[in-house]
Design a protein around this ligand. Structure first.
Ligand code: ATP
Length: 273
């Protein structure tokens, strides 16, 4: 089987309205949309358009969703890959794969490259250099840096990367002209959870007793991905019981199930230590 190097979407349907909450992050990436749509506005004055932005935050908080929404809002192609897949799948050829990716993105410029889990590629170099695997990763990272430095002003490709481990990243990635913009994508607060519920409840058949703010109160610590998952679990729970619509109790039972699952997972992890 042929491993896929990266995913390419010509037309992205996600827009900012699909991303609930994250008001500050959306404001910051709005600028990237503008760079992609009206580059001359910036370059006419002699400015250089930034090449990269780093989205930093816990898992499931909407980093991928936000990057997609930037492509959707700007109407540009979206090239995406996951750092961990990349390191696992392309042993020996990582650097040349990176070159291919940037070449294709440049051909379709303006465009976006999204690198999820960049920490898999971008860990600080030269720390544990005992195995060949690290040299391979370093070659891949070096190629990524070379490509970002090599973009001329004639191509308008913006690289958005995501991580929940900004602390382990090689400082070279954060240098000016690379991922010099860092945008924080945090877990949602109470009001943001309500907004996320509103997005994910929309396609569901709900009972009249449902109260979005109550659900938000019952789900502290949930990420956007957890909330999306909860909405789906509640729908399945109601269906299993043969109900016509999804009611409050289905959500509460699903919260218990999800929180129970998370607690179990944490116990297993801490038992290992
Ligand atoms: P990871 O770090 O695990 O890759 P992520 O931050 O990239 O996670 P996403 O993949 O964007 O998270 O989120 C997963 C799903 O959770 C989204 O496709 C969406 O359904 C839901 N979701 C997450 N955050 C939001 C949000 N702010 N608004 C609406 N839906 C959200």
């Amino acid at each position: 089987s042929k491993a896929k190097l990266f995913d390419e979407k010509q037309k992205v349907k996600v827009s900012f309205k699909d991303v609930a909450g994250l008001v500050g992050a959306k404001e910051e990436v709005q600028e990237i949309v503008d760079f992609l749509k009206n580059p001359e506005k910036y370059t006419n004055l002699g400015g250089k358009i930034p090449k990269g932005a780093l989205l930093v935050g816990p898992p499931g908080t909407g980093k991928t969703l936000l990057a997609k929404a930037v492509a959707g809002e700007a109407g540009v192609p979206f090239f995406s890959l996951s750092g961990s897949d990349f390191v696992e799948m392309f042993v020996g050829v990582g650097a040349s794969r990176v070159r291919d990716l940037f070449k294709q993105a440049a051909q379709k410029s303006p465009s976006i490259i999204f690198i999820d889990e960049i920490d898999a590629i971008g860990r600080a170099r030269g720390k544990s250099n005992m195995t060949g695997g690290n040299d391979e990763r370093e070659n891949t990272l070096n190629q990524l840096l070379t490509e970002m430095d090599g973009f001329g002003t004639d191509v308008n490709v913006i690289v958005i990367a995501a991580t929940n481990r900004a602390d382990v990243l090689d400082k070279a990635l954060m240098r000016a002209g690379r991922f010099d913009r860092q945008i924080y994508v945090d877990l949602p607060d109470l009001n943001e959870r309500s907004a996320i519920f509103n997005v994910h409840l929309k396609p569901l058949k709900l009972g009249t007793d449902l109260n979005v703010d109550f659900l938000a109160q019952q789900t502290p610590g949930f990420s956007g991905a957890d909330i999306a998952n909860l909405c789906n679990e509640a729908a399945l729970m109601a269906a299993r019981k043969g109900k016509e619509s999804i009611d409050n109790q289905d959500f509460l039972d699903s919260v218990d199930r999800i929180v129970g699952g998370l607690e179990k997972k944490n116990k297993i992890i801490s038992a290992k230590e």
